[in-house]
Design a protein around this ligand. Sequence first.
Ligand code: ARG
Length: 491
Amino acid sequence: MTDDQEPLAQAGAQVLWHGRFGTKPADALLAFSASLPFDRRLAFDDIAGSRAHVRGLARGGILTDVEASAVLDALDTVEEELRAGTFVFVPSDEDIHTAIERRVTELAGPAGAKLHTGRSRNDQVATDLRLFVKRELRGVAREVVELQATLYDLAKQAGDAYLPGYTHLQRAQPVLLAHHLLAHGWAFARDVDRMLATVARADVAPLGAGALAGSSLPLDPAATAAELGFASVFRNSLDAVSDRDFVAEALFDLALVGIHLSRLGEEIVLWATEEFGFLRLADEYATGSSMLPQKKNPDVAELARGKAGRLVGNLTSVLVMLKGLPLAYNRDLQEDKEPLFDSIDQVSLAIAALTGLLRTADFDTDAMRRAADSPLVAATDLAEFLVARGMPFREAHAVVGTLVRESFESGRSLRELVAAHDALGADALDLLVPGVAVVRRTTPGGAGPAPVARQLKQFEEQLAASRARLDPAGLPGQVGRGERSRGADSG
Ligand code: ARG
């Protein structure tokens, strides 16, 4: 008899399913399948779910009031032990659910052994994870709002500073710096909206679905759902235990936040180059080189860009894990947690670092203006000047394009050629005066001062609306950064 085949009676701690099995699980199985190292992060959500379940069992007459309070007291003790870091895990604790139930049974005796009545880890883990996603995604959304607020502050401070707007990374038309910053801000506004929509869809309680088919016992899933603060309750027990759409959606939302951070990061990297010179990083948000003494590197922005790959990877891993699964629960689903936790953490870290970088960076608006004051970026205005005098745009485009080419070929300035041109002439020269082109971007949503002033107002309103959605009834920070789960062990 090998160690793996040791009879259960001699195996020390029991596994949950010991009745059906003659020998204890192999060490290789335990090592491969244990999820405790990561799912302990769900500890407090698990306790919340157990409290609701126990009260439900008492309401259904399955537990006496005395038994229920013994179990609830034991759950209180477990919570205290976890918070104090005195909870002792044992080798047979396969996951956080097992560990908590084991400890409750130690503390509450026979009543504790009734905790799992009418419940499976399948509906339990789905409940825990939905509670986690609801809280954590709202937490990330709050952080995104703070990043948006930073962009808004910078946009207001930018005043009438302008820089070249680019297409194909070639100078195209001047835009206000505020407009450029808010462009990133609106992408984050969509992220906040998207995360809140995901939270709304995650807000369905699976507790009471059991392993897959419900129960013969008098459970009331709607009541436990309400007690746990869920907006609604599952309609189909098979779907309840096998659905991880909310994890995939959360991972998509986080990946897209990461992609937006990455695009912002890429611009910071470019702007911080000597070639662009639009931005200087504060020492506290830049890094040096171990060999090259002159270097000041934008590692924060580069990592914001680099993390996006990992976030997309986390989304991909969960989608691929889900794609072939038959109903209902399969152990594959355990692979949903690490990518989710990782994406939450990485996005959170990236937002904090990038927000700090932006708040402390020094924007060189003189360098931006110099880059934007080339007469070439007013070429579209020259064409529109001709359009205003009745010339079809296509023709006007060709006229100006020809002048630009002549200027490059002959070495004569565009100003000179414009002045000498019959249809353009001295009047059109006004358009080439530095700072004029950006002011002429007047249409709604455009890059000039008038529409940007309106946009700042709209952005401010949008920020206030997001904050109201995230902290309704004036309860700011009801789940602040500190409250967010970092796992039972890490406090
Ligand atoms: N650790 C498991 C998970 O994360 C809990 C559910 C286990 N259920 C089961 N039938 N083995 O999915």
